[in-house]
Design a protein around this ligand. Structure first.
Ligand SMILES: Nc1ncnc2c1ncn2[C@@H]1O[C@H](COP(=O)(O)OP(=O)(O)OP(=O)(O)O)[C@@H](O)[C@H]1O
Ligand SMILES: [Zn+2]
Length: 721
């Protein structure tokens, strides 16, 4: 009899053995359906010697029911899944799940019925039908998807089918995507760009693991250069994965990609419609998806013929996932390239310190682009000392910055004001009694959003309308906003320059591709004078008429004082500065700060990036902090505070005593209450020699906790709240 070991998607079970029935063939990587009690479960066949399972005698085994009609997950991907689970102390099944698309995709090809407008527009329409006609132009999807898109009930849409306004179409799930053409619009590269591109092209040709750090100043043409490597992979029939830090950036990328290769790339992210997801996954697995662009989750997909991985804006902290499997997509991307034997390009104008250090050590090959393309110069940067150049009371923009903005408006150029804070004000309180609006679920103040007239928690999403009166003392009209958010800065700009066209760009206003597309088109067409935005506008964009960048509060990110506070501030300000003067006109940057003497601000003002990195690397080395030491956090949480504390103490109480590992805590987390759960943290700070994962497992695996307690391990943590 043959048996098979399955990785199953269930926290309690994990690994189970089954019988392979007569006539069925199963190889490692096959996705199968197996019985479990009265239910059927999904499993992935795995090499039995690589997974521990409870030994069950053969006669007790139940039979696998079905092998799903998709190619087995390739061995290198299985090794990557194992490595990720091992390194991040995550359950193997939770990592493996990221490789599978949807149940429907696994079920094979075939057809689905989708719906779209017929183009008929009767003279008289109910308001709901009119709204649906408006919202569904150019859309196609299932009734449910369209109903959601249009904000009407499914019944309304079915009625529209009956009335001939909407029609059904049969869609082949495996219909091919249009082919990208590597020669569609090849650019003329500068000599330096060409040199870099040649290196990448050769690496794609040669195959084999080759990690590159593409370290080029803002506007140097990093995208154009790595597009050459993409073109080479296309010519060779190999697939390419491009990881971007945020979905918000994909719109811009799509346009550039289409201009270069003639067709859009294939998108992969969490808000794809289920039919798109199914089609993309199947094309990826079959090898017909040429270039896939996505956020983190595209990393674990089973590409049939991967030939190149690119991580753009590779320094971005959003590559770190902080729930579920806590992994860093940038680091796992390099590991994927290693297990598959591929080149990987990490592109950034402000590389992460870890990447810099690996390049210094010769592990990554550094490829530099030191000049902006087309003769554009880097902007002139100066500091506005808010202690001597004071904005008017209740205002946030210093006179010098306002003067420079006025000059831009007069010349018809654009300005960008950067403040990394959504909403109108970070804190709202009652003038009469001092009451502060706090989130009921989190240790956080509620943030006022004037556009939507609500107070919102940025951690859990809790929202409430702004009340007329103070809920504590009942006084009316007594609420005051403390401190600025982007909405408040936009108000200030509107007061100063009533005629200026102002765009506020945050994740609240740019929450879908259409809106982002509209914004980019307007900015490019010169229909916007002043952009006020959060970190969303700091990177990736290229607006030739933008000649002034004002950093409203450079000190904001430094307050937290966590490991990467200085690095992150440097990266954000350098990136946003990089939006100025990318065209023919020179750019200027004004940084408002109360700490002009801080090392980060001084480095930015003197454009001395090397000095900043050198000092930061030295400081980390001294402190034994990453990348010179290994850190891991343990986060213990429960809805019951006493239970969480008891569990955290139990963990602290049996902490291992090792010479190369220092354990700090437990202590209440800075966000002591998050989404209704009380949280305590421990920090493990180890020398590089220590085997942190082994220590963690040996320490935590034997412990048992009440059901309500969650213990999360965060290896190489980015968040310390
Ligand atoms: N060889 C070239 N030929 C034509 N246009 C180019 C070339 N190189 C760069 N450009 C243009 O210059 C602008 C800046 O290039 P790109 O956006 O690739 O720079 P980047 O290094 O990615 O910048 P950032 O890091 O600031 O996003 C873009 O509009 C790009 O199309
Ligand atoms: Zn909250």
């Amino acid at each position: 009899m043959t048996r098979v070991r399955l990785l199953v998607f269930n926290a309690a079970l994990g690994v189970l053995d089954y019988r392979v029935p007569e006539g069925m063939r199963i190889e490692p990587g096959n996705v199968v359906i197996a019985p479990l009690g009265p239910r059927q479960i999904l499993g992935i066949a795995w090499e039995p010697e690589r997974l521990n399972a409870k030994e069950v005698p053969s006669e007790k085994l139940r039979s696998v029911l079905e092998v799903l009609p998709v190619p087995p997950l390739p061995a290198p991907l299985r090794r990557l899944i194992e490595w990720t689970a091992d390194y991040y102390c995550a359950p193997l099944w939770a990592v493996a799940r990221m490789a599978l698309g949807s149940m429907a995709a696994l079920r094979g090809g075939g057809t689905v019925t989708e719906y779209r407008l017929t183009g008929q527009e009767p003279a008289r329409l109910t308001p709901q039908r009119a709204a649906a006609l408006d919202a569904l132009q150019g859309e196609q999807g299932t009734i449910r998807e369209l109903a959601e898109l249009a904000g009407v009930s499914e019944a309304v849409l079915r009625g529209m089918v009956g009335a001939g306004l909407v029609e059904a179409v049969t869609v082949d799930l495996d219909r091919p995507y249009p082919r990208a053409d590597p020669a569609h619009a090849a650019p003329h590269l500068s000599a330096l760009q060409q040199e870099a591109a040649d290196l990448f092209v050769r690496a794609v040709d040669d195959g084999g693991f080759a990690p590159f750090l593409l370290d080029g100043v803002t506007g140097s043409g990093k995208t154009e250069v790595y597009f050459e490597a993409v073109a080479e992979a296309l010519k060779r029939g190999r697939q390419v994965l491009v990881l971007l830090p945020e979905i918000a950036l994909t719109e811009n990328f799509l346009r550039r990609f289409e201009a270069r290769f003639g067709v859009p790339p294939i998108l992969w992210h969490s808000s794809l419609k289920s039919s798109e997801r199914r089609r993309a996954w199947r094309a990826i697995v079959q090898g017909s998806a040429q270039v896939v662009v996505g956020a983190r989750s595209a990393l674990f997909l089973p590409y049939a013929r991967l030939g190149l991985v690119v991580v753009d804006e590779a320094h971005e902290v959003s590559f770190k996932q902080d729930d579920g499997v806590r992994y860093n997509a940038r680091d796992v991307a390099v590991m994927r390239a290693k297990v598959e034997g591929l080149p990987v390009i990490l592109a950034s104008a402000t590389p992460a310190l870890e990447s810099m250090q690996l390049a210094d050590a010769g592990i990554y090959r550094r490829v530099e682009l030191t000049d902006r393309f087309g003769g554009a110069r880097l902007p002139a940067i100066s500091v506005v000392d808010l202690r001597s150049e004071v904005p008017p009371p209740g205002k946030w923009l210093a006179p010098r910055l306002v003067d420079e903005m006025r000059a831009r408006l007069e010349r018809g150029e654009q300005s960008l004001l950067f403040l990394n804070r959504r909403g109108y004000a970070p804190l709202t309180l009652c003038r009469t009694c001092g009451y502060r609006f706090q989130c009921p679920n989190c240790t956080a103040w509620l943030v006022e959003h004037r556009f939507s007239g609500r107070l919102a928690c940025h951690h859990c999403g809790h929202e409430t309308p702004v009340p007329e009166a103070c809920p504590e003392c009942g006084a009316a009209d007594c609420l005051v906003a403390c401190g600025p958010g982007v909405e408040r800065i936009a108000d200030e700009v509107a007061e100063l320059f009533p005629e200026a066209r102002v765009a506020t760009v945050t994740s609240d206003t740019m929450n879908n591709p259409e809106r982002i597309g509209t914004f980019v088109a307007a900015a490019e067409a010169g229909a916007i004078d002043v952009i006020v935005g959060t970190q969303l506008v700091t990177k990736g964009y290229h607006f030739p008429e933008l000649t002034l960048v004002g950093v409203v509060d450079a000190d904001l990110g430094l307050d937290g004082g966590d490991l990467r506070a200085a690095e992150r501030t440097f990266q954000q300000i350098a990136q946003v500065s990089g939006r100025a003067g990318r065209g023919e006109k020179p750019g200027e940057v004004l940084i408002q700060t109360r700490h002009p003497e801080a090392a980060v601000i001084a480095a930015l003002a003197s454009a001395d990036r090397d000095a900043f990195y050198a000092a930061e690397i030295e400081a980390r080395r001294e402190a034994g902090a990453p990348p010179f030491g290994r850190w891991a956090a343990i986060i213990v949480s429960s809805e019951d505070q006493a239970e969480a504390l008891a569990a955290a103490r139990a963990i602290g109480g049996c902490a291992p005593d090792l010479p190369d590992v220092l354990i700090l805590g437990p202590a209440p987390a800075p966000l002591a209450l998050l989404r209704g759960r009380y949280r305590f943290r421990l920090l493990v700070a180890a020398r590089r020699s220590a085997e942190v994962q082994k220590v963690l497992r040996g320490w935590l695996d034997p412990l048992e906790f009440p059901r309500g307690v969650r213990v999360a391990i965060d290896v190489d943590p980015y968040s310390f709240v």
